[in-house]
Write a new protein. Structure first.
Length: 365
């Protein structure tokens, strides 16, 4: 496969476009140095921002869910369902911050998030911790060892709708994972390793197998998984006995599916997905990633909690979400127009979707 990315290059006759394989793009030291130097004071997370944002998202999300489940009007139920989906999606997106943060800087935030979001939505933090950091490893990004990468732009066109539609089954899959697989893994010899390796990670690479947890990570995993398993079994029991009406359960599952689908669409445009397995420099990884900065407004909904600055995040993974906007403004102002930094910014979702669709239709195989 011919994996390339367009870069502007000045020539005697003016600006021309050349295509350079991603794995051959050298690091732009000026960009990397400038980004690091200008953001040293933006590393500290603000606990008040994290807690206020999370609690507001949870209150709105669950409140709107209650309205959707109990509403007598179909229109009101749909409107409340959309509000609930967007708010819970934002609350769930904090799992990305948790995977990066030093927990001593935000004590009890991981535990609070698991209690408010991770366990109720059957997506505990261990599903991402120990997984997402591999996506940021310089020698793993875009390779077969990256749990969050597939060369989607180089695949058949039909893979894109399948990639999106399969995510709608996520709530059902999570219910099976914690209500059935967790208990079975305790009584079937050898099955525990299968559940941990294959069914305990928010990953899109089907070849990825995670390692068994150890030490404190194992103890935390067991506590949270036990809570999630008890909750999942309780949901199934209450639906089966009629304690939770089937209509309400289906509405909640539909909202959960909406969260998963929106996140999958966001994942589809978080990168250009143009690498075919070679290790890349940090600059190449940045150029294969996407920023959707202001003035676009909708990314605040479909790429919340700093995810609209996904390319910048790959340069500065230690900067908390609430400081990424300021970091982007500083670096943008400091670097000249020809810097690779500016080439990772896009206007919005439609153009990005169109770009990857066209890539699947034109890539040489």
């Amino acid at each position: 496969m011919d994996t390339t990315i367009s870069l502007a290059r000045s020539t005697a006759g003016g600006a021309a476009a050349t295509k350079v394989p991603l794995h051959r793009i050298a690091d732009d030291k000026t960009m990397l140095r400038t980004a690091a130097e200008l953001t040293r004071d933006l590393i500290a997370p603000r606990a008040g921002v994290y807690w206020a944002d999370l609690i507001a998202s949870v209150v709105i999300g669950y409140g709107a869910l209650a309205v959707a489940v109990t509403a007598g009007s179909t229109a009101l139920a749909i409107a409340a369902g959309v509000v609930s989906m967007l708010a819970l999606y934002r609350a769930l997106s904090f799992i990305h911050e948790i995977s990066h943060m030093k927990h001593a800087a935000l004590p009890r935030f991981r535990g609070g998030w698991n209690a408010l979001v991770g366990v109720p939505m059957l997506t505990p933090s261990f599903m991402y911790e120990g997984v997402h950091n591999l996506h940021h490893a310089k020698t793993r990004y875009g390779t077969v060892e990256d749990p969050e990468y597939l060369p989607l732009a180089l695949m058949k066109p039909w893979t894109l709708p399948v990639f999106i539609l399969v995510s709608a089954l996520a709530p059902l899959g999570l219910l099976i994972r914690f209500a059935i697989l967790s208990p079975l893994s305790l009584v079937i010899p050898g099955f525990r390793r299968v559940v941990v390796e294959r069914y305990s990670a928010l990953a899109i690479n089907p070849q990825f197998r995670r390692r068994m947890p150890e030490g404190e990570a194992l103890r935390m995993w067991n506590r949270v998984e036990t809570a999630a398993s008890i909750w999942a079994i309780a949901i199934v029991t209450m639906v089966a006995t009629g304690t939770i009406p089937l209509r309400g359960f289906l509405i909640a599952m539909a909202i959960g599916s909406g969260v998963a689908v929106v996140n999958q669409v966001r994942t589809l445009v978080a990168h250009l997905w143009e690498n075919d397995g070679e290790a890349m420099t940090v600059t190449a990884q940045y150029l294969d990633s996407v920023n959707v900065p202001p003035p676009a407004l909708l990314p605040a909904l479909w790429a919340p909690v700093g995810l609209r600055y996904h390319a910048l995040h790959h340069l500065l993974p230690g900067v908390p979400y609430h400081n990424l906007g300021e970091a982007h403004r500083r670096v943008t102002a400091a670097l000249e127009p020809g810097s690779p930094y500016h080439k990772a910014s896009y206007k919005g979702l439609p153009g990005l979707v169109n770009k990857i669709v066209r890539s699947t239709m034109t890539v040489r195989r």
